[in-house]
Design a protein. Structure first.
Length: 118
């Protein structure tokens, strides 16, 4: 059974930092592309950052220069380092593991709340 578990969310003041972790079990992370998404109240879920199997990264414009996604395949874990947090970063952050070759896979965690206060 595949499990995707996010952690590291919490309450932080604007300008502060948080590091989110996504621990995956039941699959080998090395063959999956990984992404962090977020969903703020009343808004659609959006991609924040992604890292390919080969380590290539891409970021939403809102995250560029402030967030860093990384993966440790030996620990089956993906991280999102978030610096210079803004009020508008407040959201539930979700981790996604996706494999677009057979056998396909698309797994989501339950999310972790990030709240940025002024």
């Amino acid at each position: 059974q595949v499990q995707v578990v996010e952690s590291g969310g919490g309450l932080v003041q604007a300008g502060g930092s948080l590091r989110l972790s996504c621990a995956v079990s039941g699959i080998s992370l090395s063959v999956y592309a990984m992404g962090w998404y977020r969903q703020a109240p009343g808004k659609q879920r959006e991609l924040v950052a992604a890292v390919s199997r080969g380590g290539m990264t891409n970021y939403a414009d809102s995250a560029k220069g402030r967030f860093t996604i990384s993966r440790d395949n030996t620990k089956n874990t993906v991280y999102l380092q978030m610096n210079s947090l803004k009020l508008e970063d407040t959201a539930v952050y979700y981790c996604n593991a996706k494999k677009e070759t057979f056998p396909y896979g698309d797994y989501w965690g339950q999310g972790t709340q990030v709240t940025v206060s002024s």
